[in-house]
Design a protein around this ligand. Structure first.
Ligand SMILES: Nc1ncnc2c1ncn2[C@@H]1O[C@H](COP(=O)(O)OP(=O)(O)OP(=O)(O)O)[C@@H](O)[C@H]1O
Ligand SMILES: [Mg+2]
Length: 590
């Protein structure tokens, strides 16, 4: 049994009494099973043989009672072990989900959704089957085994010792078997996760698949993942199928050995025929638990592989750990400072940001301008500490963001991301996502500030309209405006808008601008905008090129001094086509 499997037992801690009850039920059931033949022998030998009808009657009633007891026990075993195992599965799912919520952006960058979903579903089920079935049976079998050994030793210790020779052999086969099966089951779960990843990607991206008429390609991608899973499944079955005859052979070899030694003892008059027959029939008492453990072994191997996968998630360390003595960031003026910030994404060969330094005074608006991939999103992601800097530091109101709690930091920052993710639920719920106890009036105020109120009112159910998964029932611009309202509702001291008005039409943008001006007042604002009009009105513009801060100033200042700015303004910003650079540049890189 691997250590992860032992660790997974902590999930049944709360259900240990229920699990103990299930073990008791298995024992009572086995006892009932064992008692029946003895009662029957008594009825046949003494009742029928001795023509004692009272004894037959009593024996028959006892048999019925034993049968009822066995029935109750097996019902209780099923019920109690299901309760314990489903309870444990509940705890496991909860623990993993909680862990996933604490893991950092970069963990989710490198982990496939299908992988995680498989772990929360299938792997949890495998461990659950072990806790409910395999474990309860294995404990009961171990108790039966000890009982059987004691019983056999008291009957005939010489023969018992011979019989016990079968145990090391069986254990040897079992250990080899479980050891070999573990990696195979791990491979099976990995392939299942790969299959689920293809499925998840396809369901999420079904519109793109259809748009490019790639259904046959996706179908074959799924089929080959499916075939690989089938292949592994059959491989596991083959190993299991091969192991059982071996297990039974070892057991039967034990019986044969006992018969042989018993026959020799018989020949020497040390044993009667009746005793030998009785002994061998009780020998099965010994083999039965061994076989139970054997059957349970694959559940154990399978659960072991899955437990390992569960603990890979549960043990994953976040890349942005909170310090044990992290302090709560209290509401402050909202000064943001970058001091020689370098950023390297995990696994990336080169630095994405190299030596960025700037200070944004409270209440000012800063626009980040730069060509695509230059590092604008990467910069703003450092303020809420979605990633950690490689060197240098980011300060909010004088505190290094690594010294404060993530919750207190992030609750002060309203962020509208480059792609607006909405959750299935109503429009109102989505706007109130960061402040679930917001009143209807607050939601309305945020929505009208974001120029979303009007179109929301026109929806069939207004704020109660359900938007479907990822907000699919709304247009891109509508989604964006809801995302803006969501960021505004928490009344953040620092507002970050990444390309937030790119999908909004010019007219709405103009209206939004007026409102945003009012909203940005008193807040430190970062805007990454595609429109010249937005950029122009920022207090300061930071020009980013290839991960470095190459120029800063107002629109007019930059236009007069930076050829790169002039070029970007002219070619990349909406409404910038009339721009001309400083007379001296031929609009090349500066
Ligand atoms: N999570 C990530 N992991 C690894 N590399 C990343 C990650 N996010 C961005 N990058 C890389 O960092 C560089 C800067 O990306 P970033 O998203 O900051 O650019 P951007 O200026 O916001 O571009 P755009 O205007 O297109 O949004 C790119 O080369 C990108 O490939
Ligand atoms: Mg970006």
């Amino acid at each position: 049994m691997n250590t992860d499997l032992l660790r997974s037992l902590r999930f049944i801690r709360r259900y240990r009494l229920v699990a103990a009850g299930a073990v008791m039920a298995v024992l009572v059931g086995s006892a009932a099973e064992l008692a029946a033949p003895m009662l029957l022998r008594d009825i046949i030998d003494n009742g029928i043989g001795g023509k004692d009808s009272a004894l037959i009657m009593r024996g028959a009633l006892l048999l019925i009672a034993v049968a009822i007891l066995g029935g109750i026990a097996s019902f209780l075993q099923g019920y109690l072990s299901a309760r314990a195992s489903h309870g444990a599965a509940f705890e496991m799912r909860d623990a993993i989900f909680e862990r996933l919520q604490t893991l950092s952006f970069s963990y989710h960058d490198r982990t496939q959704t299908g992988q995680l979903i498989t772990r929360v579903t299938s792997d949890v089920d495998q461990v659950r089957d072990f806790v409910g079935g395999g474990l309860v049976q294995a404990i009961a079998a171990a108790i039966l085994l000890v009982g059987a050994v004691v019983l056999l030793l008291t009957m005939n210790w010489q023969l018992a010792l011979v019989a016990l020779l079968a145990i090391p052999g069986t254990i040897f086969v079992l250990v080899r078997f479980v050891g070999g099966l573990g990696p195979m089951f791990r491979g099976f779960q990995q392939r299942l996760a790969a299959l689920n990843s293809v499925l998840q990607e396809n369901v999420a991206g079904v519109r793109v698949v259809k748009a490019f008429a790639r259904e046959p390609f996706e179908a074959s991608r799924y089929r080959s993942a499916n075939e690989s899973l089938l292949e592994q499944g059959l491989k596991v079955r083959r190993v299991v199928a091969n192991a059982f005859p071996l297990l039974f052979s070892v057991g039967n070899a034990g019986v044969a050995l006992v018969m042989w030694v018993g026959a020799v003892q018989l020949a020497h008059g040390k044993l009667t025929v009746g005793e030998l027959v009785a002994f061998t029939s009780y020998l099965f008492l010994l083999l039965q638990p061994l076989f139970i453990i054997g059957f349970g072994a694959q559940t154990i191997a399978r659960a072991g592989a899955s437990a390992q996968r569960l603990f890979e998630v549960l043990d994953a360390e976040t890349d942005v750990p909170e310090k044990p003595d992290a302090i709560e960031l209290v509401a402050g003026p909202g000064r943001v400072e970058f001091r020689d910030v370098h950023l390297r994404y995990p696994g990336a060969a080169e630095e994405t940001l190299s030596g960025i330094s700037f200070t944004v005074e409270p209440g000012t608006a800063v626009a980040l301008v730069g060509s695509t991939g230059s590092g604008k999103t990467s910069i703003v992601n450092l303020v809420p500490r979605f990633y950690d800097v490689a060197s240098g530091a980011v300060f909010v109101d004088g505190y290094d963001v690594r010294d404060v709690t993530l919750g207190s930091l992030r609750s002060r920052i309203g962020i509208v991301m480059q792609d607006s993710v909405l959750f299935s639920g109503t429009v109102g719920e989505n706007i109130a996502y960061g402040k679930p106890d917001a009143s209807a009036d607050e939601v309305r105020a945020a929505a009208s500030a974001a120029q979303a109120h009007e179109f929301i009112e026109r929806l069939a159910d207004g704020y109660e309209t359900r938007v479907g998964e990822r907000g699919v029932k709304l247009s891109g611009g509508q989604r964006q405006r809801i995302a803006i309202a969501r960021a505004l509702l928490i009344d953040p001291g620092i507002l970050i808008m990444d390309d937030s008005t790119s999908s909004v039409d010019a007219e709405t943008e103009a209206a939004l601008r007026g409102r945003l001006d009012a909203l940005m007042r008193g807040r430190t604002t970062f805007v990454i905008a595609q429109r010249l009009s937005t950029v122009k009105r920022a207090d300061i513009i930071l020009l980013i090129d290839d991960g470095a801060l190459v120029a800063r100033g107002t629109h007019d200042e930059l236009l007069a001094t930076s050829c790169l700015y002039a070029e970007i303004a002219a070619s990349q910003l909406v409404g910038g086509d009339q721009i001309e650079g400083p007379g001296t540049c031929d609009l090349e890189e500066e």
